[in-house]
Design a protein around this ligand. Structure first.
Ligand SMILES: C[S@@+](CC[C@H](N)C(=O)[O-])C[C@H]1O[C@@H](n2cnc3c(N)ncnc32)[C@H](O)[C@@H]1O
Length: 312
């Protein structure tokens, strides 16, 4: 009979962050390699290599089901391993990456439920696929119909004007602001035929907008570039009318350090606490922060949408 691995062997297996994340996921649910790849956003070869180490060291077991192989945490961990795992899990749960993994796990499980429903009850199950085939994601944008057509909207950090183009048909006017000449040029081209849009050069920290003019200020995927995001929120407050709203779309806290070099990000996502304190400090009331559902096809971190209202 072979002796169980010593605590030191156990430590070696868990000392790798990816392997700890795998164990955490497989403790919550039985998953296939491709589901694990989708959650961790790692290639299959990397995930399989880490799974093999975990299997060899007795952390994970697997079983075959139809044409798939499902992995889960070993249900009979010895006392030492169970204690060690509790410690590692406690640390891991404090990290941003664990929260991102949990959100992606939810979305993978939701997709699996839809697939199995589609398989077992053809009429109801096939509707989602048919809807996607017929209309793509265009019906998702129907909520734009809730925008007030008397509103003046600021798209602050508009980039190539994607959001301005989506919002303009539903409101009175959109002022699209950005500091990059190249982005402004692309936005101007995209919005060439849209008559109710102004494209303006400017900084979020010093907006080219009069006091109390906007009904809605949208700040989408811009705050990671701003050294002191609270300054931009204070400026947006100044430009909003009383009772005007701010809408912020951005990344939840994550650990993609490479975004600093690749994209010049100064912030790796934002927590509810940060957004709440900055919006309140700027003078806003009723701050809200909601994680957005994760698109299983998307490679980036999970997003949130936050909003707040300017005082009357
Ligand atoms: C990732 S893009 C997002 C564009 C757009 N909001 C979207 O959702 O597609 C970020 C944009 O913010 C702009 N930006 C970054 N810092 C800025 C600042 N301090 N003032 C104005 N624009 C800024 C960049 O030029 C870039 O166009």
């Amino acid at each position: 009979m072979t002796a169980p691995p010593s605590v030191f062997d156990r430590l070696t297996a868990l000392a790798d962050a990816t392997r700890s994340r795998l164990v955490a996921l497989l403790e919550r649910h039985e998953l296939t390699v491709s589901e694990l790849c989708a959650i961790l956003q790692l290639p299959q070869s990397t995930v399989s290599r880490h799974l093999k180490v975990l299997m060899d060291d007795g952390w994970v077991t697997s079983r075959a089901e139809a044409t798939s192989r499902l992995y889960r945490i070993e249900s009979r961990l010895d006392d030492g391993a169970a204690k060690l795992w509790l410690l590692v899990r406690e640390e891991l749960e404090r990290t941003a990456v664990a929260a991102q993994d949990a959100r992606r796990l939810e979305s993978v499980l939701a997709q699996r439920r839809t697939r199995s429903r589609a398989f077992f009850s053809s009429a109801a199950g096939s509707w989602d696929a048919m809807r996607a085939e017929l209309f793509g994601r265009s019906a998702d944008q129907a909520f734009l119909g809730l925008l007030d057509d008397r509103w003046l909207v600021g798209d602050l950090g508009c980039g190539t004007g994607w959001l301005t183009a989506a919002v303009a048909p539903f409101v009175r006017r959109v002022i699209a602001v950005d500091s990059s000449p190249e982005m402004l040029e692309a936005a101007t081209k995209r919005l060439e035929l849209v008559t109710n849009v102004d494209v303006r050069a400017g900084e979020l920290e010093k907006l080219p907008l009069e006091d109390q003019t906007l009904d809605l200020a949208v700040v989408a995927l811009v705050l990671p570039y701003i050294a002191v995001p609270a300054t931009a929120l204070t400026e947006a407050y100044r430009a909003l009318k009383p009772d005007g709203r701010i809408l912020i779309i951005d990344m939840m806290p994550h650990q993609r350090e490479e975004y600093r070099q690749q994209m010049g990000h100064l912030w790796l996502g934002f927590s509810r606490e940060e957004l709440d304190s900055w919006t309140r400090a700027a003078g806003f009331r009723r701050p809200r922060y909601r994680p957005l559902p994760v698109d299983p096809e998307a490679k980036g971190p999970a997003l949130f949408v936050a909003s707040a209202i300017r005082k009357s």
